[in-house]
Design a protein around this ligand. Structure first.
Ligand code: ADP
Ligand code: MG
Length: 757
């Protein structure tokens, strides 16, 4: 009897060889295979008729092959088939696909799926690079015919070439489900399912793969059938349940109850270089209220780029230091850590306390690291600023009271701070800062174990950043403009490139990049490893198209352009180069000189993407802007417009821009609102990988999609807290035990968020 926990190798139709291919896609067990859901469905019961197609729509068409030719055009081979339905015909074209030759012959029935393009003759349409399947004929076995035609058919992302494409999956999954009839264990309490009107797990799995006759196609495509909702709900329920329990456990732990006497308040006020915004005041109030409590603080400070998170964090750190505790600030890059270090020194110069501030990053030499660790360990350092090195270098703090984590760290990081305190000491407070503009309700549900403060206001006097797209051919005008702003207005500029030198890949430039294998290297959709789960097929096609444009030839690099610019268009200006491969001292020197206004033009990579703060810099030029993700562009633009002067963001483009690239650039010109851009990014990139949330530490979902399933997320949160408080008498002891067991498993396996202790 098959069971969900079976190794996939033993599923009928799989075997050791295919199991290996599946393992590469993260499919280890029978259950994993069943949770590989169709990404769209084809109604092969009521196929579309060609004469009702409209150009521009994406459609699935079934017809008869009338002819197939391989054309050798001048540039590349072109394969063409004609699909007919009565008097109407549809031409399907594939480039560079000579392997298709011989696959099709007249009389076959095929299903094609793609965007309908107008054709020269009015009675025909065409599709470019459509997805296709050759449908079974009388010579195929009955089971194949049953699964392939005359029904709503699931379409899957391939799990390995054409061999493990949709048809293979239909068969294997169908047989697996048949073999397990009546034996898929339920995880949720019966009473809960009844109350929420959701089907049991087995029914949901069956119907999501093989929808019963009469299922609404629209609901299927939008993953909102009861079967889909049930699976999504379950996934989100266990996430929320875990977060809820974590939050409750945290409140029971012993932390530091900081005092906020008048003396402490005065110390905070004395360093403030400006009037805080109302939002900053509110956020600090919330943070300090937490810090006074004996339970450890776990708080998220969310605010768009430029909203002024840093100063709020410094104030909180002062509270800790005034109470005789150490405070630590962890930044994602060395440059940012260095900047925070310099800023802290400048700010705290005014403090009568004169705290000792140290910097600890990975690229310091061993001697200096050792000395710094000593200062921290003996309690001689009060404020410790660093990168991931703070965790990696086994720093032991003397009296750690507050940890601030700035931008883009994973959840996992939080737990590890517990290991840094000495035994028998209270747990430090933790404040996480993020610019990821997740809508509030979403943030509350997702970071269920963190409390949330929001900076929803920019400091006064900011002007909108003038954003323009400019064709790369007009670079002379752009350089002229930059030169003018630099010389006449005495401002500074950034010029950003996607690679450091040659056509080599520029590495992610984050110091913990080994945690983030896919973080921000390239155009987002081409760097994806796992298949885009609930992405619509159009986007999938567009992404494929983008990937095919993705070769890195002809990219300008920071190093090469630094040479060209400084001897050419910017001759006489002070031009410098900054990228991740410089050593720590060089980076520090350059950042410091740029900050002091001793450099006019900084040619850089995305190393300056997060956090860098030089208010006198008012021009951001991004070359090959079509290559960057939306989150990156928004962050890069956030480097300017940090003062009261008018700022500019110039997005220069190369020759070929993919449709997704177009969409990103247009969005950047259209709006500066981080929330709006985030929503768009979520749509473009699909779940799991939008707008920096990877970095922010969101778990990856199997079936849920955060944008699409927001309502279910709310519901899951409600149900989770209800379950924790009192599941009700109608939930049996056995059901409760099962939920608890599943929770452990889910958190261990899927999210890796389980508490260390
Ligand atoms: P982010 O939230 O992106 O980290 P920062 O903390 O770096 O933003 O602040 C952006 C800029 O705004 C900095 O130059 C900072 O000094 C300035 N700033 C922050 N708060 C205020 C304020 N209340 N009034 C004026 N300028 C401010
Ligand atoms: Mg910042």
């Amino acid at each position: 009897m098959p069971a969900l926990s079976d190794q996939v190798q033993f599923v009928r139709g799989v075997g050791p060889h295919i199991a290996q291919m599946l393992a590469e896609k993260g499919i280890q067990t029978a259950e994993d295979l069943l949770y590989h859901l169709p990404f769209r469905y084809e109604d092969r019961q009521n196929p579309r008729s060609l004469d009702e197609l409209k150009p521009g729509e994406t459609a699935s068409v079934i017809g008869e092959v009338r002819g197939a030719v391989l054309l050798r055009t001048r540039r590349k081979p072109l394969f063409e088939i004609t699909v007919g339905q009565g008097r109407h015909a549809l031409k399907c074209l594939w480039f560079n696909s000579p392997y298709l030759d011989g696959k099709f012959h007249a009389g076959q029935t095929v299903a094609v799926y793609g965007r309908v393009e107008p054709s020269r003759s009015s009675s025909t349409f065409k599709m470019i690079q459509p997805q296709f399947e050759i449908l079974p004929d009388a010579s195929d076995d009955a089971e194949t015919r049953l699964l392939e035609v005359g029904r709503i058919t699931p379409v899957y992302e391939s799990l390995g070439g054409s061999r493990l494409a949709s048809r293979w999956q239909r068969k294997v999954i169908f047989n697996l489900l048949e073999g397990m009839r009546g034996m898929v264990p339920e995880r949720l309490p019966r009473a809960m399912l009844e109350r929420l009107n959701l089907p049991d797990r087995e029914t949901a799995l069956r119907e999501v793969h093989f929808p019963p006759e009469g299922t609404s196609l629209a609901q299927l495509q939008s993953a909102s059938t009861p079967a889909h909702r049930r699976l999504v709900f379950e996934e989100l329920f266990f996430l929320e349940l875990g977060l809820e329990l974590k939050r409750r456990r945290m409140k029971e732990r012993k932390g530091v109850a900081f005092a906020t006497s008048d003396k402490v308040r005065e110390a905070i006020r004395e360093v403030l270089p400006f009037h805080p915004t109302a939002a900053q005041k509110r956020a600090l109030g919330e943070i300090v209220a937490d810090m006074r409590e004996p339970a450890p603080m776990r708080r998220l400070l969310q605010g768009d780029v430029g909203s002024g998170k840093t100063i709020v964090a410094f104030q909180a750190m002062l509270v800790a230091m005034e109470n005789g505790y150490q405070a630590a600030l962890m930044a994602p890059t060395e440059i940012l850590a260095t900047q925070h270090f310099l800023a802290a020194r400048k700010l705290l110069e005014r403090s009568s306390r004169n705290p000792r501030i140290v910097l600890l990053t990975g690229s310091l030499d061993d001697g200096r690291k050792r000395r710094t660790r000593g200062l921290i360990n003996r309690g001689e350092a009060n404020l410790i600023i660093g990168t991931h090195a703070l965790i990696e270098e086994k720093v032991e703090f003397d009296r750690l009271g507050l940890v601030v984590v700035d931008e883009q760290h994973r959840f996992g990081v939080l737990q590890r701070f517990r290991l840094m305190k000495k035994p028998n000491q209270p747990e430090p407070d933790v404040l996480v800062m993020t610019a990821t503009p997740i809508p509030r309700t979403l943030a509350l549900s997702l970071y269920g174990d963190l409390d949330l403060s929001v900076l929803d206001e920019l400091p006064p006097g900011r002007m909108p950043i003038v954003t323009r797209r400019v064709d790369g051919e007009r670079s002379a005008e752009v350089w002229n403009f930059v030169r003018k702003v630099v010389t006449r207005e005495r401002r500074q500029a950034y010029i950003v490139y996607p690679v450091i030198e040659g056509t080599k890949d520029d590495q992610p430039e984050l110091d913990f990049s080994h945690d983030e294998p896919e973080a921000q290297t390239e155009a987002p959709s081409s760097s994806r490893k796992s298949p885009p789960k609930a992405k619509t097929a159009e986007l999938f096609q567009a992404a494929a198209q983008e990937a095919s444009l993705g070769a890195k030839s002809g990219l300008k690099s920071a190093a090469e352009m630094h040479e060209k610019l400084r001897s050419g268009p910017f001759a006489g200006l002070r031009v410098a180069l900054l990228h991740g491969r410089l050593d720590a001292d060089e980076k520090e020197v350059i950042m410091r000189r740029f900050q002091r206004g001793e450099i006019d033009v900084l040619v850089a990579t995305t190393v300056i993407e997060v956090g860098v703060d030089v208010p006198n810099a008012t021009v951001m030029v991004v070359e090959h802007a079509e290559r960057f993700g939306l989150a990156q562009l928004h962050q890069l633009r956030g480097r300017v417009g940090r003062g009261a002067a008018r700022s500019y963001c110039i997005l220069m483009t190369g020759e070929r821009i993919s449709p997704l690239g177009e969409e990103r650039l247009n969005a950047m010109v259209r709006t500066q609102d981080g929330f709006e851009l985030a929503e768009l990014d979520l749509e473009i990139r699909g779940p799991g990988e939008f707008f920096g949330t990877r970095q922010a530490g969101l778990p990856e979902f199997r079936v849920a999609n955060l944008l699409r399933d927001r309502k279910l997320l709310e519901l899951a949160k409600q149900e989770a807290s209800r379950f924790v408080v009192d599941p009700g008498p109608e939930v049996t002891a056995e059901e409760r035990a099962r939920v608890r067991a599943q929770l452990k498993d889910a958190w261990n396996r899927r999210y890796g968020l389980v508490e260390a202790g």
